[in-house]
Design a protein around this ligand. Structure first.
Ligand SMILES: O=c1ccn([C@H]2C[C@H](O)[C@@H](COP(=O)(O)OP(=O)(O)OP(=O)(O)O)O2)c(=O)[nH]1
Ligand SMILES: [Mg+2]
Length: 178
């Protein structure tokens, strides 16, 4: 076992496809969405707020801003996939170049880094999520099976004289603290 992909147990009977390379020499394994998913436009509420303000001369309340904040954030789109790899490797998640052009979707984290110790973590079994932000003016409806992004297995190097790291990964997305 060197590196590869598996389906997360809770998706076992959902007919998911493992990530795959679309052409002979493609570097990235394309990941599909595990479920239908809606990515709200980050502008929508802002437009409504501004129009409301222009028409009625009222400023937005804190409650309005809280509602807007729910939409103005990146979403974690589930893939139902986990990846195993050697200890000196990681899986880089990159956007598909067609996503910004065709669907106004960007990876707000630039690239995603899937650590080798994320695999089978106790919190979510190592499920990989693709973080996406919809900068278009309309909501984007993703269908199960649509390709969201690509994963590239990469080697990494460690620095000299590094203090021994003893912390075990328990999850992702801020699990190791601030
Ligand atoms: O696009 C991404 C990025 C990360 N992850 C998962 C795998 C990764 O191993 C873990 C932690 O990612 P990272 O170290 O980049 O985020 P963090 O904010 O430092 O979280 P943590 O404190 O859990 O390390 O979250 C994803 O599923 N998708
Ligand atoms: Mg981290």
């Amino acid at each position: 076992m060197t590196r590869g992909f598996e389906i997360v147990s809770k998706y076992a009977d959902q007919g998911l496809n493992l990530p795959y390379r679309a052409t002979k020499q493609a570097a990235g394994y394309d990941f599909e969405a595990a479920t239908d998913f809606t990515l709200p436009s980050i502008w929508k509420l802002n437009f409504i707020k501004v129009l409301w303000q222009l028409r009625h001369g009222e400023t937005a309340t804190d409650a309005d801003l809280d509602t807007a904040a729910k939409v103005l954030k990146p979403y974690l789109v589930p893939t139902g996939i986990k990846a195993y790899m050697n200890a000196d490797e990681y899986l880089m998640i990159a956007n598909r170049s067609s996503n910004p052009l065709k669907r106004n979707l960007v990876l707000p984290n630039g690239v995603g880094v899937i650590d080798a110790d994320y695999y089978d973590n106790p919190k979510n079994e190592g499920e990989i999520f693709i973080q996406l932000l919809n900068f278009g003016i309309r909501d984007v409806h993703i269908k199960k099976g649509e390709r969201l992004g690509q994963g590239l297995f990469m080697p990494f190097l460690a620095a000299d004289n590094e203090a021994e790291v003893t912390t075990t990964r328990t999850g992702g997305f801020g699990s190791s603290g601030k």
